[in-house]
Design a protein around this ligand. Sequence first.
Ligand SMILES: [Zn+2]
Length: 244
Amino acid sequence: MEVLSIKIFFKTIHRMAICVNVALHELVLNFFKSLNRTVKSKLRVWYMKNETSEHFHSLTKVFKWLVLPFSLFYACTVFYYFGRNPLNSLFWGILIFLYSNFLPDLPSSYINRKNNSETEPLQWYKKYTLLLLAPIFVWLLFSGIRLKWKTTETFHNFKSLAIYTVFLVVFGFFIFGDCPISMGNIPKILSLPIYGFIGYMTHLKVDKIWGKSIFNLPLVLKLRVDEFNKIVTKTLRQDKQRRK
Ligand SMILES: [Zn+2]
């Protein structure tokens, strides 16, 4: 009897998790569809569907096999060794993991894909503001405000990942830090960049930025539009061949 109720319990949890996954998948797909419609992008719906599915497939795998065990380990450590409640930081961490899985694509409307030299290069701080405060720039687009900011930075590289990770350390300090910093808050502050790092890396892996090319460090470190376009064109071609 008890075994049966445990089975039912796990089945219910599994079904609930699938339901959340499907809802999130639809939410993200609809978001990118309306974003691309707003900026009159030429991206096809089948490509967006394909992209979202691939990202969700990897996100689910990484969540199951890496984020979930890490979260359990983290929660136990914070609770038993530091005597703190880990729930608030756990909630933030998982939210940041999900967000970071799609972040590199959020500033895509500001990328100068043709790499033409007519547009003035964007100052470095403006460039990375596009990444770090991406939701604000997306909000501007939806509000019908088009900035003339265009950059050849694709944000699909390790340099952007490093900048984002440092940003999350500062963000974590603002949320969980106090002066002077107490020992108990250090794991909480550091948890946010770890979750963000895993999410961003998952995105780069799906977009084939690292893996095979990981040994080509200069390229992976600072991937520019030309190289990025080559990877996108190659992926598109492979997708089309797979569909035939
Ligand atoms: Zn991407």
